[in-house]
Design a protein around this ligand. Structure first.
Ligand SMILES: NC(=O)c1ccc[n+]([C@@H]2O[C@H](COP(=O)([O-])OP(=O)(O)OC[C@H]3O[C@@H](n4cnc5c(N)ncnc54)[C@H](OP(=O)(O)O)[C@@H]3O)[C@@H](O)[C@H]2O)c1
Length: 309
C-alpha cells in the first residue's frame, strides 16, 4: 500500500480523524486525491431533501458544474428559499422546485407520475432521525418510510426511465457500521439512533441489490462524514456541540455526492459504498453482517409496503 492509501485508511480507522473536517482537508492534500468532476451541462439532477443541509449544498455543487437541478422538498416555502439561495450562489443556475414528501406513498406517487423529462442523476438525500417512534399516514414507521421506502419507491418508478449510465446516489451514514440488517426493520423496539442506523445500513444493502437488478444504471451509497446541518443540530445536539470544532460544512459533506454524480471513474462501478471519493468497506472488522435471508426480507418488505401506494 502506498503512503497516500495508508494515510487514507488510517483516517478511516480513526473515525474522529476521518469523518470530521480535518480528515477531508488531509485527504485533499494526498497525491492521489481524485480529480474534480467535469462540467455537467445538459445533465438533469434531482435531489431529495434539498431544502436544507447537505441536499441544498449538493444542489449548489451540481449547479456550479452546469447541471440542471431539481430541488425536491416537502415544504414549498423552504424549498423555494433553498432554490433562491442556489441562484444567488450560482448566478444563471438552472434550478427548479418539485414538491415531494418522500415519507408518504401518495406524495411519492404524484411526484413520479409527474416526472416526464430525462433524469441523469437521482440523489436520495432526504433523511430523518425521529426521536420517538411514530407512523406515517401509510402506517409505516417514519424513519424507515423516509430513509428506505422513499428511495425504494423512487428507484422502482424511475429506474426504467433512466438512460444507461444514469446514476443513483443514496446518502447513508457511517453510523450504519454499528447496525446489522436484522428482522426489526420497522423498529418495533424503538431506539432513535439504532433505528436510524439500521435504515442507513438498509440503504447500503438496497444499493447493492439495485446494482444487480438494474445493470445499466450506476448506483452508489455514500456517507458524508459529520457535517454541521440543521439535521445534526436538531437530532444530535449534544454531539453537534462536542464535535462542533471539527464538523464539516454542509458543502464539504456534499463533496462526494457531487463527485459521484459527475466523475467519469464513478460511472465505471456500481453498488459500492463511498466516503471522501473512495469506495469503503461495508463492514468494519467483519462485524454486523446480516443473517441469511435478511436482504430478501428487506426487499419483500419494501415491495409489500410500496404496493399500498
Ligand atoms: N449531517 C451529517 O453529519 C450527516 C451524517 C451522516 C449522514 N447524513 C445524512 O445526510 C442526509 C442529509 O442530512 P442533513 O444533515 O443535511 O439533514 P437536514 O439538515 O435535516 O436536512 C434534511 C433534508 O431532508 C428533508 N426531508 C426530511 N424529511 C423529508 C421528507 N419526508 N420528504 C422530503 N424531504 C424531507 C428536509 O426537509 P425540511 O426542510 O422540510 O425539513 C431537509 O431538506 C441524510 O440522509 C442524513 O441521514 C448526515
Amino acid at each position: 500500500m502506498d503512503l497516500s492509501r495508508a494515510v487514507d485508511a488510517l483516517l478511516d480507522l480513526s473515525v474522529v480523524g476521518g469523518y470530521g473536517r480535518p480528515g477531508l482537508a488531509l485527504r485533499r492534500r494526498l497525491a492521489d486525491w481524485p480529480a474534480d468532476p467535469p462540467r455537467m451541462d445538459g445533465k438533469v439532477v434531482a435531489i431529495t431533501g434539498a431544502s436544507a443541509g447537505i441536499g441544498r449544498a449538493a444542489a449548489v455543487g451540481f449547479a456550479r458544474l452546469g447541471a440542471s437541478v431539481h430541488l425536491v422538498g416537502r415544504d414549498q416555502g423552504r424549498t423555494e428559499a433553498a432554490a433562491a439561495a442556489v441562484r444567488e450562489q450560482v448566478p444563471g443556475a438552472a434550478v427548479q422546485v418539485d414538491l415531494c414528501d418522500v415519507s408518504t406513498l401518495a406524495s411519492l406517487k404524484a411526484f413520479t407520475a409527474s416526472w416526464t423529462g430525462p433524469l441523469d442523476v437521482l440523489v436520495n438525500n432526504a433523511g430523518v432521525m425521529v426521536a420517538e417512534r411514530e407512523l406515517t399516514d401509510d402506517g409505516v414507521e417514519r424513519t424507515f418510510a423516509t430513509n428506505v421506502l422513499g428511495p425504494f419507491w423512487l428507484v422502482r418508478e424511475l429506474a426504467d426511465r433512466m438512460t444507461p449510465g444514469s446514476r443513483v446516489i443514496t446518502v447513508s451514514s457511517g453510523g450504519m457500521y454499528g447496525q446489522r440488517l436484522d428482522d426489526d426493520l420497522l423498529s418495533e423496539k424503538y431506539a432513535a439512533v439504532a433505528a436510524y442506523a439500521r435504515t442507513k445500513r438498509a440503504e447500503v444493502v438496497l444499493t447493492e441489490m439495485w446494482a444487480v437488478r438494474h445493470p445499466t444504471i450506476v448506483f452508489h451509497a455514500m456517507h458524508p462524514g459529520w457535517a454541521d446541518t440543521p439535521g445534526i443540530q436538531g437530532s444530535l445536539s449534544t454531539f453537534a456541540k462536542v464535535a462542533g470544532p471539527i464538523l464539516r460544512s454542509a458543502e464539504q459533506g456534499a463533496d462526494t455526492i457531487v463527485w459521484l454524480g459527475g466523475a467519469p471513474e464513478a460511472g465505471e462501478v456500481s453498488g459500492l459504498f463511498w466516503h471522501d471519493r473512495r469506495p469503503r468497506p461495508t463492514h468494519l472488522l467483519g462485524l454486523n453482517k446480516e443473517a441469511a435471508g435478511a436482504r430478501r426480507a428487506l426487499w419483500e418488505l419494501c415491495e409489500e409496503l410500496a404496493s399500498r401506494g
